[in-house]
Design a protein around this ligand. Structure first.
Ligand SMILES: [Zn+2]
Ligand SMILES: [Zn+2]
Length: 311
């Protein structure tokens, strides 16, 4: 049952957030993200083109230089330089083309970076607005969520606390019942459950004080119980105490030693309580503070009460 109470559905975070955040802004945010991704891709492509063209340029440059050196050698030896050959023309065109494309890519990159900058500025402004709205949505959700958790806690406690109270009542009332151990088990488990529910739902500060109060109550009730049973000992305790005292030849009330004289009535020399009296049934001498006469076995209810002090 506690599990079922716990499983109650809470507030819908998405729904509450949506109420606080403008859908149009969220749309713009994802549009910006898409654009930023596109720009990054384009810049990477242009960088590739740059590297590629740079390689073409250096290849063309090397070829061109070789031809140039050849030409210088011809000039140095007094010859006339020939017209540019087709290969030389090609190297020249290639070099020019690669240079042009390299510069174009550079310009493109700088343009793309400019738009990247503009977008990131706009994105920052949008992010600020959105984070304010998201914060408002989140705190609205948390308020509802906390209220929900309190309701769940109240629901659980309203189930488990009455059970605990009922168990305590039964344990106190049915002391002699053969089901007493079962009732004790119910008491302990319901007490444990109350503790667990509190620990789960209440702030630790609050739980600490509840714990302290509960321990004080438990200790106090134990003390009260101990004091009561000391003041009015139970029958079996009383009987055991008196039996032992008679066996040791002591007064059960004050522990003063009793002389070993059989066949005579006797009172305690120290506290004056009757120890041996005449049996009402057989006129023999019986233990005044034990239930039965040792001669005829007659039962007397007198031993239960406050022992009479001999006149
Ligand atoms: Zn005595
Ligand atoms: Zn008797």
């Amino acid at each position: 049952m506690l599990g079922d109470i716990n499983d109650q559905e809470g507030p819908d975070q998405q729904l509450i957030q949506n109420k606080h955040i403008e859908a149009e802004l969220v749309g713009r945010e994802s549009e910006f993200k898409r654009q930023a991704r596109e720009l990054e891709r384009d810049i990477a492509r242009q960088e590739e083109i740059k590297t590629n063209r740079q390689e073409s340029m250096s290849v063309a440059e090397r070829t061109w230089n070789q031809f140039g050196q050849e030409r210088w050698r011809v000039l140095d030896s007094g010859g006339q330089p020939a017209e540019l050959s087709t290969t030389e023309e090609e190297a020249k065109t290639l070099y020019q083309k690669a240079t042009r494309e390299f510069i174009e890519a550079n310009f493109k990159i700088s343009d793309l970076q400019q738009s990247q900058h503009t977008i990131s500025l706009e994105q920052e402004t949008l992010d600020r607005t959105l984070s304010i709205q998201r914060g408002a949505g989140y705190s609205a959700y948390m308020t509802l969520y906390r209220a929900h958790r309190w309701r769940v806690a109240a629901g659980k406690l309203s189930f488990v606390v009455p059970l605990f109270v009922l168990a305590s009542w039964l344990v106190a009332r049915r002391r002699k019942s053969i089901y007493h151990p079962v009732l004790i088990a119910l008491l302990v488990s319901s007490f444990l459950r109350v503790g667990l529910v509190m620990e789960e739902h209440f702030p630790s500060e609050f739980f600490k004080y509840v714990g302290i109060i509960a321990s004080v109550i438990i200790v106090l009730s134990f003390l009260v119980h101990a004091l009561r049973s000391a003041a009015t000992p139970k029958e079996d305790v009383l009987l055991r105490r008196r039996r032992e005292a008679y066996q040791k030849n002591c007064c059960p009330e004050c522990a003063y030693s009793v002389p070993h004289e059989e066949g005579k009535t006797m009172a305690c020399a120290a506290c004056g309580v009757d120890l041996f009296t005449v049996c009402d049934t057989c006129d023999g001498i019986r233990h005044e503070l034990l239930p039965n006469c040792r001669h005829c076995g007659a039962q007397s209810e007198r031993w239960r009460g406050v022992p009479a002090v001999a006149p």
